[in-house]
Design a protein around this ligand. Structure first.
Ligand code: GLC
Length: 730
């Protein structure tokens, strides 16, 4: 059956089912509750069969017709469950759905943002900021494939991933959940993940629907604190924050989760212009929107926009919210039934929302569930783990390597110290086994910390001075004493895991304890290799300037310890590049695509390390940059070609980045914008010629009237230290 026929069939099925549904059954489909609402909380560590309270389950699914459940047992101390437990939980919920009048399946949603977060022993990838640093779309595709398979094998049916927000505010505690500051990079990585995750048909036994989040403008709070106002005008929103969502919709993601905060004075959950006029009218999104956590009631309890909980429901549903993540009770259900009965919300709006939800349930195959794939061969396979290790290796950025102190010889005597040297949680960050990712005791102990990976690989003396928790005090005097008998110090600094508002901070500066430790290590006179781990670029300037080498690890995932050791000892040649500008100072939040006014007179773009920065153990040179024509007419593509050569003595990978600048336009244009990248592996002396096609969309921008346009005029193409120009004529 063709896709068109399938869609027609589904459309008819939805219409038929809708015609049989009562108002209550329809509103139930728009209601999503957390598993806590149907859970036996005191049984968290009991038998799987006892985790769900039968009476609460009946109340939710049969009495309130709830159409979706989310999360792992039990908020706020969510914990990863075994596959066997997930099978019991999801089967229990679906069995309840089969006892309803119309037997509409419940769709079970989970956050699986870097692998199957909440399934024990799943393959947990580098976080998005690291995946972006690989500049390798194929790895994002594979991550999507493996994540979907392992979530599906768990019995779950919907993944609240991937984040399509742009990470341009380094203080924001969810920066690491984004693919960085650049629209093109985030678009390519996000859509590759979606395509791997959904395939051509996300009803397949190893695929499932994704969710674009958090629509829109959530990631740029003025003060850097999560869930605070973003002061983004509509032109900047359309230029920087909407394009990734447009691309995600085009890539076929069928659900969108809404921004928990407010943009330009309007809460995301109340913004009809964004949720309906733009998302539906302009972008043509056909799937369904889901609120974020408790964000409809927050229009009343927090934003003081609604005069009552009932008005909050009316505002949100009429703005364009199709499903409410309530999450703990049936207030949304009760209020919306009343609103329809009183005529304040038309049945047509309910039918529209429910049709969208049922359509996605049909598309996901929930009405004709396929048998779950067996764990064997589909979960935590050796191949998937190797893919994860490769992603970790390619995600790590070698930012400094004075006198080629790296790679180390295996027999080097190394002193390892610092709060992130001997923990697994600091490699993974939030949304790992638990919501905040900080339950070190729940991490799979067979995975290696940075220290353990070094101990495995080294044939020299390895001494660790540190504690077994992030805040454990470190005996600085012992570091100084031990340094005498070692060749080099690995100083592992950074952040403990976090996500969302618990991760809010007041400054990007490191805490004083880490600064004191760093100063003491440097004062020993031994070469210091600075390694940072964590979700944000903490200020390391004074340490980095005195260190011999700097490795920016961010959150490389469960194989990150081994990947870092591979790079330290030269078993892997690093090739990660920064997907964000690494600030020199805590207020250094200027992105690489800054406007001309930001580099005028005393204003300068002066990061510690710029976007796209990353060293290798070999060297590469680009040359011969040219464009196929010096002039094109409006609407034409133009091909750019460039050679890249490995001019060093080691095989290595290199991402070649192509930037453009629109020389003059009616709206000020960034000094440069990334419009293409390709990653190649070259042997010493090998040269490869690369070509890129720039489309009119690549040359476009959001004009004065908020429409996307291309203006005739001069453009400059930049690759490496070469530039070449071309002109667009009318
Ligand atoms: C959280 C997050 C969102 C997540 C959702 C469900 O508040 O903002 O990213 O998908 O709730 O856990």
């Amino acid at each position: 059956m063709s896709a068109q026929e399938t869609n027609k069939t589904i459309e008819n099925k939805v219409k038929h089912l809708l015609s049989q549904m009562t108002l209550e059954e329809k509103v139930g489909q728009m209601t999503q509750v957390d598993i806590t609402a149907i859970g036996n909380i005191e049984k968290l560590h009991g038998r799987a069969e006892e985790l769900i309270d039968p009476a609460k389950l009946e109340d939710a699914v049969l009495k309130h017709h709830v159409g979706s459940i989310l999360n792992t047992p039990f908020s706020p101390n969510n914990e990863a469950q075994s596959i066997e437990t997930w099978h019991v939980l999801t089967r229990t919920v679906q069995d309840a759905a089969t006892r309803t009048r119309l037997k509409i399946p419940v769709i079970y949603g989970i956050d699986a943002i870097h692998g199957a977060t909440y399934t024990q022993n799943a393959v947990l990838f580098p976080q998005a900021i690291n995946m972006a640093a690989t500049f390798n779309a194929d790895l994002a595709f594979k991550e999507g494939e493996i994540t979907a398979r392992e979530v599906r094998v768990s019995g779950l049916q919907w993944n609240f991933s991937t984040v399509m927000d742009i990470g341009r505010q380094p203080l924001w505690p969810r920066l690491w959940e984004t693919f960085g500051e650049d629209v093109h990079l985030a678009t390519v990585m996000g859509t590759s993940y979606i395509k791997g995750h959904q395939g051509d048909d996300f009803s397949a036994a190893d695929k499932l629907p994704t969710c674009l989040k958090h629509y829109v403008g959530y990631s740029y709070p003025l003060n850097g604190r999560d869930r605070t106002p973003a002061w983004i005008g509509e032109r900047m929103l359309r230029e920087y924050f909407l394009p990734t969502f447009e691309a995600g919709v085009k890539a076929g993601s069928p659900t969108v989760m809404v921004n928990s905060a407010e943009v330009d004075g309007i809460p995301g959950h109340a913004n009809h212009h964004y949720l309906t006029t733009i998302l539906r009218g302009e972008i043509g999104f056909k799937g369904f929107t889901v609120s974020d956590w408790a964000d409809i009631e927050r229009l009343y309890t927090r934003d003081k926009m609604a005069a009552s909980p009932k008005e909050a429901v009316k505002i949100a549903v009429m703005a364009g919210i199709d499903m409410s993540m309530v999450p703990f009770d049936f207030s949304f259900y009760d209020l919306l039934v009343d609103l329809v009965k009183s005529g304040e919300v038309p049945m047509s709006r309910i039918d529209e929302a429910v049709s969208r939800i049922l359509t996605v349930k049909y598309q996901a195959g929930l009405f004709e569930p396929k048998p779950l794939l067996p764990m064997e061969g589909n979960f935590a396979t050796a191949e998937a783990i190797e893919t994860n290790r490769q992603a970790a290796r390619e995600s790590i950025v070698l930012a400094k390597n004075d006198h080629n102190i790296l790679p180390l010889k295996k027999d080097a005597n190394i002193l390892v110290t610092g709060p992130t040297a001997n923990l697994l949680s600091v490699l993974n960050g939030g949304w790992t086994i638990t919501w905040q990712g900080a339950a070190e005791e729940l991490y799979p102990q067979e995975k290696l910390t940075v220290l353990e990976a070094i101990q495995e690989k080294s044939t020299g003396k390895v001494t660790f001075v540190g504690g077994n928790a992030f805040d454990a005090p470190i005996d600085i005097q012992k570091v100084v004493d031990e340094a005498k008998s070692h060749d080099v110090i690995l100083l592992s600094l950074g952040e403990h895991p976090y996500t969302e508002t618990p991760g809010n901070i007041e400054t990007l500066n490191l805490d004083q304890a880490q600064i004191d430790l760093a100063n003491a290590a440097i004062a020993t006179g031994k070469p210091v290799i600075l390694l940072t781990l964590g979700g944000r670029p903490r200020i390391i300037t004074s340490i980095a300037e005195r260190a011999s080498a700097v490795i920016l690890g961010f959150l490389p995932g469960m194989e990150g310890g081994e990947a870092i050791a591979d790079i330290l000892y030269g078993d892997y040649n690093p090739n990660g590049k920064l997907p964000i500008s690494y600030p020199r100072n805590t207020n250094g939040i200027t992105p690489y695509d800054y406007k001309p006014i930001e580099s005028f007179e005393t204003n300068i773009y002066d990061p510690l390390y710029p976007f796209g920065h990353g060293l290798s153990y070999t060297t590469f040179e680009t040359s011969g940059l040219k464009v196929e024509k010096s002039q094109i007419s409006m609407g034409e593509n133009i091909t750019v070609s460039v050679n890249v050569k490995n001019t060093g003595s080691l095989k290595g990978k290199e991402a070649v980045l192509v930037y453009i600048n629109d020389v003059a336009a009616a709206v000020t244009r960034p000094n440069k914008q990334l419009k293409g990248f390709k990653k190649v592996e070259l042997a010493p002396g090998q040269t490869e010629s690369l070509s890129f096609t720039l489309t009119p969309h690549d040359l476009s921008f959001i004009g004065v009237d908020l429409k996307r346009i291309v203006e005739p005029g001069d453009f400059t193409v930049m690759v490496g230290n070469e530039t070449v120009g071309f002109t667009v004529t009318k």
